[in-house]
Design a binder for this molecule. Structure first.
Ligand code: HPA
Length: 274
C-alpha cells in the first residue's frame, strides 16, 4: 500500500482549487476547545467536510467540521475546524489526509494546536507551551507503506521538526504581548484513556513535558512534504500530582476555552510577521 493515495489526493485538490482564488500560505489545525481562532479569519470560502471528495467524515452527528479559507492578519490560510483523531477509529492516512491536501494546495507552513496534559513541574492548568520537539508513541506510523519520492523522502530527517526560528519569533511576540509561554517536548499517544499516574511518571522520565492524543501524525506528514511547522499545546490538566488524579473531558475543554484567546493572539501575531 502507498502511504499517500495520489489519485484521491489530486481529485480533492482539484475540487478545492476550482473554488479558491488565492494560494494558502499556512495550514492551521485547531485542537479541542481551541476553536477561538476561527473568529479571527476573514473567511472567503467555507467547505463542509462531507462535501469535499475523499475527505474523512466526522463520526459525530452534527459535528461535521469545516475547511475554512481566508485571511488572518493579512496572510492567506486554510484552517481545519475539527480535526480527526486516531482514537476515533480513523486510519493514519485519514488522520493526516487534510495535511496532504493543505500542502498540495500550496501551504508552506503548518500551524497546529492541541490540548495536553502537563508533566513539567512548572506547568499549571491554562499555560501555553510551544512544542520544541516530540516523542511519537502512536502504535502506527503515518508514513508506513510504499513511499512516493515525488512527495517526500523514504526516511525523513526529524532533527528540527518544529522550526526554531518560528519559536524564537513567537517568544518575542509573547513577551511583547505579556503572554507567558513555556517550551517543551510533546508526547503523542493514541488514547482515548487519560494516563495512569504511573504512565504520567514514565512519560515525564522519558523526556515529556506535555502529553496528548494528536498532532504528532500531522506534524510527521507535514515534515515529509517539506512544510515548516509551528506547534502549541495548551495545558488543560496536570498529570504529575500526588492527590487523586481525576481528569475529565469537560475539565480539558474548560481549560482550553480559557486559554484559547491567548493562543489565538499568538498565532495571529506570528502570522503577521511571517
Ligand atoms: N493526556 C492525554 N491527552 C490529553 C490530556 C492528558 O492528560 N489532556 C488533554 N489531552
Amino acid at each position: 500500500m502507498q502511504n499517500v493515495n495520489q489519485d484521491k489526493l489530486q481529485e480533492t485538490v482539484a475540487f478545492i482549487q476550482a473554488r479558491i482564488k488565492a494560494t494558502p500560505y499556512a495550514g492551521i489545525i485547531l485542537g479541542s476547545g481551541l476553536g477561538g481562532l476561527v473568529n479571527d479569519i476573514d473567511v472567503s470560502l467555507s467547505l463542509n467536510y462531507e462535501d469535499i471528495p475523499n475527505f474523512p467524515v466526522s463520526t459525530v452527528k452534527g459535528h461535521g467540521g469545516k475547511l475554512l479559507f481566508g485571511q488572518i492578519n493579512g496572510k492567506e490560510v486554510v484552517m481545519l475546524s475539527g480535526r480527526f483523531h486516531y482514537y476515533e477509529g480513523y486510519t493514519m492516512q485519514e488522520v493526516t489526509f487534510p495535511v496532504r491536501v493543505m500542502h498540495s494546495l500550496g501551504a508552506e507552513l503548518l500551524m497546529v494546536s492541541n490540548a495536553a496534559g502537563g508533566m513539567h513541574k512548572d506547568f499549571k492548568v491554562g499555560d501555553l507551551m510551544m512544542i520544541r520537539d516530540h516523542i511519537n508513541l502512536f502504535p502506527e506510523h503515518p508514513l508506513r507503506g510504499r513511499n512516493d519520492e515525488k512527495i517526500g523522502p523514504r526516511f525523513p530527517d526529524m532533527t528540527e521538526p518544529y522550526a526554531l526560528d518560528l519559536i524564537e519569533k513567537a517568544r518575542s511576540l509573547a513577551i511583547k504581548n505579556n503572554i507567558e509561554v513555556h517550551e517543551g517536548v510533546y508526547i503523542g499517544l493514541q488514547g482515548p484513556t487519560f494516563e495512569t499516574k504511573a504512565e504520567y511518571k514514565f512519560l515525564h522520565i522519558i523526556g515529556g513535558d506535555a502529553v496528548g492524543m494528536s498532532t504528532v501524525p500531522e506534524v510527521i506528514v507535514g515534515k515529509h512534504g517539506g512544510m515548516k511547522v509551528f506547534g502549541m499545546s495548551v495545558i488543560t490538566d496536570v498529570g504529575i500530582r500526588d492527590e487523586m488524579n481525576v481528569i475529565t473531558h469537560e475539565e480539558v475543554l474548560e481549560a482550553a476555552n480559557l486559554a484559547a484567546p491567548r493562543m489565538a493572539l499568538l498565532f495571529k501575531e506570528l502570522l503577521g510577521v511571517l
